[in-house]
Design a protein around this ligand. Sequence first.
Ligand code: F6P
Length: 417
Amino acid sequence: MKLAVLTSGGDSAGMNAVVRAVVKAGIIRGCETWVVREGYEGLVRGNGDDHKAEKPAIATHKEVHLKDESFVQNLRFGDGELLRDGTSDYTSGRSLKGRYIVRVGWDDVRGWFGVGGTLCGTARSAAFRTPEGRLAAAYNLIKEGIDALVVCGGDGSLTGADVFRAEWPSLVSQLRESGKISEDLANTYGHLKIVGLVGSIDNDMSMTDMTIGAPTALHRICESIDNIESTAFSHSRAFVVEVMGRHCGWLALLAGVSAGADFIFIPERPPEEDSWEDAMCKMIQRHRELGKRTTIVIVAEGAHDKNLQPIRADAIKDVLSDRLGLDTRVTCLGHTQRGGRPCAYDRILPTLQGVEAVEALLEATPETPSYMIGVQESKITRVPLMEAVAMTHSVSKAIGEKDFDKAMSLRDPEFHE
Ligand code: F6P
C-alpha cells in the first residue's frame, strides 16, 4: 500500500504526532509512506507536470519484513534504514519548492511528536471545495501511485475526505475519458482508501470523547487563567476571558471547571433567564458577598443568549463595570491556545490513533465505510466517518432551532437535564 498523510483545517497540537505515527506504523507494516504538504491545497497542486501519469512509482518499495530481526532492531533504534536508500525527500536535501506530495522515511519524522502546530503545513483550501480541484487532487495521487490517505483535521476536513472518497470512481472515469490516465491505471486505482483522525482544539466532534489538540489547548487556557488570577487578586479585579471553540463550548466549560470561574457562557447552554445580565450579576454579586476578591468570567467565542444573540466579552465587561462597579478587564486568549508544544496526552492519543489508522486502511475494502478513528472510554475506536460528521452537524442544527437540551445531549450522550 502507498500511503499519504495530510493535516488540514486549523492546526492543533498533536498533528505532528499523527504524521509520525502514521509514517512509522506504515513503514513497519510494509507501506510506502508520503506526506502531503499544505493540506488539501497540496493535493490539488501536486508535484507539477514533470511526472508521467502512466508511470506511477508503484512497487518500488523494498518490503519490510517484521520477521527480519535486524531490521526491526534498526527501526527501534531509529537507524534510519529506509533513508539510506535515498528515498526520502525530506532529508535528501532536494528542494520541496513546487512539490507538495513528498516521500518520507523513518528519520524524517523523528521527534515530531514534541513539536506544536503541523510541520507539513495546513490550509483551508478553497480549490479542493470545487469539483475541478478534487479532479486535480485525484490525478496527483494516482500519478504518485498513492492509494490510501489519512486525513487529520476537523469536521470540515473530514467531510471533504468523505466527499472525495465517494466521488473517487467518477473522478477516475473522468481522468480516463479525458486521456489523462490510461485504462490500466484507472483499473488499478479504482478505489481510494481514506481514514480520518480528528485534529481540532475545539473537541467538537461527535462519536469520540476527545479530539487531538483539545487537551493541550485546555491546559494552555488553564495556565493563562492562573496567571490572570494572580493579577486579578492583587487589584481585586474582574476579568472576562474569551476562549476559542467556534461552535463548541467544551474549552470554555472545562476551563471554567479547572480554573474555578464564576460564570461561563457556552453556545450549547445559554442562560435560561430572559436577561443573561441579571443571571450573571446575581451570581457574581453573591460570590463577592462571600468574600471573593477576584471574578473570572469565561466566554466561548461562539456564545449567545437564548435568542441566539451573540454575547461578546466587551458587553460582559460593561455589565460588570456598570452594574457591579467592578474594575474589569478583557483578555482574549486567541491563538496562544492553539500553538505550542503538545501535552503528553496529545502525543499518546495521536500515536495510538495513527497506528489504528494504518491498520484500518490495510483492512479497508471498497465495501467498508471510511472510518474516523476516535476514542471512547479510553479505548481507540473506529466509527463511520460520515455518521460522526452528520451527528456533529446535528448539534449546530439543534442550537439553530434553540433546542439546547438536544444540543447538550448530542455533545454528551450521558447528559441529563
Ligand atoms: O476550529 C479551530 C479554531 O481554533 C476555532 O476554535 C477558532 O474559531 C478558529 O479555529 C480560528 O480560526 P483561524 O485560525 O482561521 O482564525
